[in-house]
Design a protein around this ligand. Structure first.
Ligand SMILES: Cc1cc2nc3c(=O)[nH]c(=O)nc-3n(C[C@H](O)[C@H](O)[C@H](O)COP(=O)(O)OP(=O)(O)OC[C@H]3O[C@@H](n4cnc5c(N)ncnc54)[C@H](O)[C@@H]3O)c2cc1C
Length: 433
């Protein structure tokens, strides 16, 4: 994920549309051991250890969201950050503020790339050095990315940088900073995005298929088209085609649009116990509780861990530039209830399954007992859907038979929703939840 040396193996998209190193090296030449910088390695420091060292003066320590100074719910009041962002616009606002205050010279974040076909990713990390460029990158990308190019640029070009990333990327950056004095000096800030899981590149390809298009015809993708007249949690996927026309469809009308079912999830996410980016100086998520989830303008939850960023935010709240209200950790946890179930109860259950190869070392102990049979079935089914979706899609793609995948996905969705939400005839078999 995060390169540690110029001679390291490069990352490439594999046949399932996921980044993999193009060679395996147990120990990289002239660099720190991969075992110490990989966020999923059982030999690297865990989130608690990294956060204890970095945020030693934190006012609060919560078992689910980690160490923090303050937490907020709200949105950006100034400019078009909120309208342009996926939720309340706070991630882009903070990145811009760091640039304007000259606390950094560049922001490493994920932006659209010139759309291409086979092997050319639709999104990638870039270092933005102007307010306009940072704003151009607004919005969430549920798409695989890797940051070796951005890290190379930071090493080559002296300056101070902030990195925006999902929790495992931020953890990788923090682990790299511990090993690499150049990056330690040059990356004073990390901005985390809460993360339910990461998708493969096939997720958007499947959206295109279901809208009657091929991935080659896509010029731009918005995973969450904003419509202030509709609840924020009614996601709409929006595709702009190379011929200038557009296609859009609500996620719930897509065979794989139920986030909880886990279609195209990266397998590493099965072994993640950090939802809120516990090693980031500040993290941003969506406020998935009422009345915020019904507000189509979008609302952030924000967890601040760095005292310097806390002061920056406080000053902006006082001036009315941000519309934020302080909340406690229980509120933040409530906004991510399903995610935490999957990352704690579900993780404990998954860790108890027999497994060959590396055994992940997590902050959650394995546990096979104590769950109702139906919950166990949901965790097992979610895991099976995420693993099989890669293979079935690959098969359908190779045979050029989109319907093969779409029919399979629709069947799995009906099964998942029947068991999980008691929907349809499968739901009647299982009875009420
Ligand atoms: C894979 C993924 C899963 C997520 N899961 C959850 C979840 O379960 N619960 C939840 O509350 N929130 C989740 N989020 C975060 C949420 O979607 C918003 O990104 C967050 O609330 C910030 O919104 P904003 O309006 O403040 O950000 P914006 O102002 O829209 O700015 C977003 C910033 O993040 C950068 N960015 C976008 N995608 C990526 C990426 N993949 N990697 C690194 N940087 C990126 C952009 O370049 C931009 O700088 C997830 C995000 C991602 C990418």
């Amino acid at each position: 994920m995060a390169g540690v040396d110029a001679d390291r193996p490069r990352m490439r998209l594999d046949r399932y549309g996921q980044f993999k190193p193009d060679a395996t090296l147990p120990h990289l030449p002239n660099g720190p051991g991969i075992a110490h910088v990989c966020p999923f390695s059982p030999h690297s420091r865990n989130e608690d250890e990294i956060a204890a060292a970095r945020f030693s003066s934190a006012r609060y320590v919560d078992p689910l969201i980690g160490r923090f100074h303050a937490a907020y719910v709200g949105h950006v009041a100034e400019g078009s950050f909120r309208a342009d962002g996926s939720s309340g616009g706070m991630a882009s606002w903070t990145a811009v503020e760091l640039l304007k205050e000259r606390l950094v010279d560049g922001i490493a974040h994920v932006v659209p790339q010139t759309a291409g076909g086979e092997g050319k990713p639709l999104f990638g990390y870039r270092i933005s050095r102007s307010v306009e460029d940072v704003c151009y990158g607004a919005k969430s990308r549920y798409y695989p990315v890797e940051m070796s190019g951005a890290l190379d640029e930071m090493r080559r070009r002296p300056g101070r940088y902030a990195v925006v990333g999902i929790p495992c990327f931020v953890k990788a950056v923090q682990l790299l900073r511990l090993e690499d004095p150049v990056l330690r000096d040059r990356i004073p800030f990390t901005l985390g995005l809460f993360c339910g899981h990461m998708k493969s590149a096939r997720f958007v390809e499947s959206f295109a298929w279901q809208m009657g298009e091929s991935i080659e015809s896509i010029a731009a993708v918005d995973y969450r088209l904003k419509d202030p007249r509709r609840p924020a949690n009614w996601y709409t996927a929006h595709l702009r085609l190379k011929d200038g026309s557009t296609r859009s469809r609500d996620w719930w009308h897509l065979a794989d649009g139920d986030w909880g079912a886990g279609f195209f999830q990266n397998s590493a996410c099965n072994f993640c116990d950090d939802l809120t980016g516990e090693t980031a100086d500040i993290s941003f998520g969506d406020a998935w509780v009422e009345p915020y989830s019904s507000d189509g303008h979008g609302t952030n939850v924000v967890v601040v861990r760095s005292p310097e960023l806390h002061r920056l935010i406080d000053r902006a709240v006082e001036k009315g530039r941000l519309n934020l209200e302080e909340v406690d950790s229980a509120f933040v946890v409530r906004t991510q209830a399903a995610g935490f179930r999957q990352r704690r109860e579900g993780l404990a259950f998954r860790l108890s399954w027999p497994r060959l190869g590396v055994r992940p070392a997590k902050r959650v102990p394995p546990s096979f007992t104590g769950l109702p049979a139906r919950r166990m079935l949901i965790y097992w089914l979610r895991s099976a859907i995420s693993a099989q979706s890669h293979r079935v899609f690959w098969c359908a793609r190779t045979l050029r038979m989109p319907q093969l995948y779409i029919r399979w996905a629709s069947t799995m969705l009906a099964l998942y929703q029947g068991i999980t939400y008691s929907r349809g005839w499968i739901g009647r078999l299982f009875g009420p939840r």
